[in-house]
Write a protein that binds this ligand. Structure first.
Ligand code: SF4
Length: 615
């Protein structure tokens, strides 16, 4: 139970829709049901949900977010409400002992094994302190801080009271009313059991932020290994004295099986029978023992605080164990010229159904909740559900900011229309749009089309092309130096799902252009996904969710990047004639201010767009 009292709603007044949301949440919690809330960014959803939860007198709230950065806005609101909280995310990022392990060179399995050994061997004083310290002392450190940054607050625990941030916050979670955590803390059984097992789910409320992501919840459990990792495991075994032993034979057999499954072509993905590795699964205990022995030897040989101890066998074991799940499937991929073996579930309900079904109440929030009964159908949850949709319930009052939408009806990325002349025409439009003020986000259906079309952009512009490894920080950094930057990004990627560039309560991204309709591309992975889901939902409903709804969510997510605050203005260009009819038009529910049929008409519209942005 919370030991710190709240001081009520921290704003002067409730905005339109906030009372409805908080009443709906209170009601859902009291009736043990699920509330689904669809409202745009800037609407005040978080404050309204917190208000409803407080009024419902729920004892414990687990607030789930996708990324560390998404923890901070929740901390900001909870601080405004004067509510107590704790938060949980990757210990690897805040561990003060292995500071230099905060990189991608070391897997989370390796990190946890190193942490475990350091604790067992009494090498971590931060851990010792975290066992001795009182939760009040930890809370005092973070309560006093003005920053909302979870990383800074975690670091302060290490710097000011020399306690392990992760274990301190995990302990603090037992006392606070609110716990903010990234998705895996709830949806990955082994992590939940290790850290949050104390939660009485029948009395707890779970809030899922950006709940549209649950459509892809299966990716939370995805785990992959490369052929190179298996080779390294073999070298490691030999180096640490296990040549000509049973373990060498086991891993050699596994290596040969993996090698035989490699696709012949580059950039190919293929589903394979995971049963091929059944033989290896008989030996997981031996693999686990040897991995532990090797780590122990490495610790004795190399241990110092700057050395990232990596045991390849540990990761191999965790990948192998993932194949044991009844609902996991195995794919082999040579994308990006790396041969990977990917184990993943395909049905999101396998990951989220049980956790959301057994909790007292779940509150799902997003600006792009998939249409239809995605909770009942896609997630297979049969709890009672209540729904709030800002636009349906409040009409124009439910919208945030002002927008202008222009559809170009003379272009498309439909397969049969593709070719140099079509790319040139699209580039022509992009070059006109590129002259508008503010940061412009151009969203392409695939990397391939981004390469082909963005080649035609004029050299007079400053632009950045999203690559598979481009980070949000890199793009934000470039945008901070250039107010007119063009960001070329791929629909459904990190940028279109997560970028926010703001200054003084206004979004600096003013124009969003969607090139084509970003339906997911059909590959072996999507085909298998379709096959598995259609057993439960039937083929037409499966296709509806996997293609139409997925494209809808991608488009809405991208469009949402321009309007973050009530005073924002955004211009949307939809460059494809398919926006003019059919399911996508119905799903988007956008008012089209102008439809152009040729270059002349398009050029005539541009002065209006310039004025709209200036007004
Ligand atoms: S106990 Fe905490 S500080 Fe110590 S190694 Fe583990 S994560 Fe790092």
């Amino acid at each position: 139970m919370s030991t710190w009292e709240n001081k009520g709603f921290p704003y002067d007044e409730l905005r339109p829709g906030q009372k409805e949301i908080s009443d709906l949440v209170k009601d859902a919690v009291e009736k043990n049901s699920i509330a689904i809330i669809n409202a745009p960014t800037g609407f005040g959803k978080t404050a309204a949900v917190i208000k409803g939860i407080i009024e419902s007198k729920a004892e414990k709230v687990l607030w789930l977010v996708r990324t560390v950065n998404e923890i901070d806005p929740i901390i900001r609101e909870l601080k405004r409400f004067n509510l107590d909280y704790s938060f949980l995310f990757s210990a690897k990022r805040t561990c003060p002992l292995f500071k230099n392990q905060n990189d991608n060179a070391i897997s989370s399995e390796d990190f946890w094994e190193n942490c475990r050994l350091a604790r067992i061997k009494g090498l971590c004083n931060y851990y010792t302190k975290s066992i001795e310290i009182d939760n009040k002392e930890i809370w005092e450190v973070i309560e006093k801080m003005e920053t909302f940054s979870s990383i800074e607050q975690a670091n302060a625990i290490a710097n000011k009271i020399k306690s392990c941030p992760f274990f301190s916050l995990a302990e603090l979670s037992k006392d606070t009313r609110f716990i903010i955590a990234t998705y895996p803390y709830y949806f990955k059984d082994e992590i939940f059991e290790r850290v949050l097992d104390f939660l009485d789910l029948e009395k707890s409320v779970v809030v899922v932020d950006e709940a549209h992501s649950l459509m892809n919840a299966h990716s939370i459990l995805e785990t992959s290994i490369t052929l190179r990792d298996i080779e390294q495991s073999l070298s490691e075994i030999k180096e640490y004295g296990y040549s000509n032993t049973e373990i060498e034979k086991i891993i050699s057999n596994l290596y040969n099986t993996a090698k035989d499954l490699k696709p012949k072509l580059d950039n190919a993905v293929r589903r394979v029978e995971k049963e091929k590795f059944n033989e290896s699964l008989n030996y997981v205990d031996i693999i686990s023992d040897v991995a532990e022995e090797i780590r122990d030897k490495k610790f004795q040989k190399f241990y110092n605080l700057n050395y990232s101890i990596k045991v390849y066998l540990t990761h191999l074991l965790s990948w192998l164990l993932s194949l044991k799940n009844d609902y996991s499937y195995l794919f082999v991929s040579t994308e990006d010229s790396i041969y990977r073996l990917i184990s993943t579930p395909l049905d999101p309900s396998e990951v989220v159904n049980k956790p959301l079904q057994k909790v007292k109440s779940a509150i799902l929030i997003s600006g792009t909740i998939p249409p239809g009964d995605f909770v009942g159908e896609m997630l297979n949850i049969n709890k009672e559900r209540v729904f709030f949709d800002a636009e349906i319930m409040l009409g124009i009052k439910g919208r945030i900011g002002k927008s202008l939408t222009i559809v170009s009806g003379d272009v498309s990325t439909l397969y049969k229309t593709r070719g140099e002349s079509m790319y040139k025409r699209i580039s022509y439009y992009l070059n006109q749009i590129g002259k508008l003020e503010g940061i412009k986000l151009f969203v392409y259906p695939s990397y391939e089309l981004m390469d082909k079309i963005s080649k035609g952009l004029s050299n007079q512009f400053n632009y950045i092309n999203e690559g598979k490894n481009t980070s949000l920080e890199e793009v934000i950094n470039q945008a901070s130096k250039n107010d007119g930057l063009i960001i070329n990004a791929v629909a459904g990627g990190k940028i279109t799902e997560g970028i926010e560039i703001t200054d003084n309560g206004r979004s600096k991204i003013k124009v969003i252009t969607i090139i084509g309709i970003p339906y997911p591309q059909r590959d072996a992975y999507l085909t298998a996904h379709e096959e598995i889901l259609s057993k439960r939902l039937g083929l037409s409903k499966t296709k509806y969710y996997l293609y139409k709804v997925a494209a809808y969510v991608r488009i809405k997510q991208a469009l949402g990047r321009a309007i973050r605050f009530p005073d924002d203005k955004g211009v949307y260009f939809l460059l494809d004639y398919r926006y003019l009819y059919g399911e996508i038009k119905k799903l988007l529910r956008l008012k089209y201010n102008k439809v152009t049929k040729n270059i002349d008409e398009f050029n005539k519209v541009m002065p209006e767009v310039v004025n709209f942005l200036k007004d």
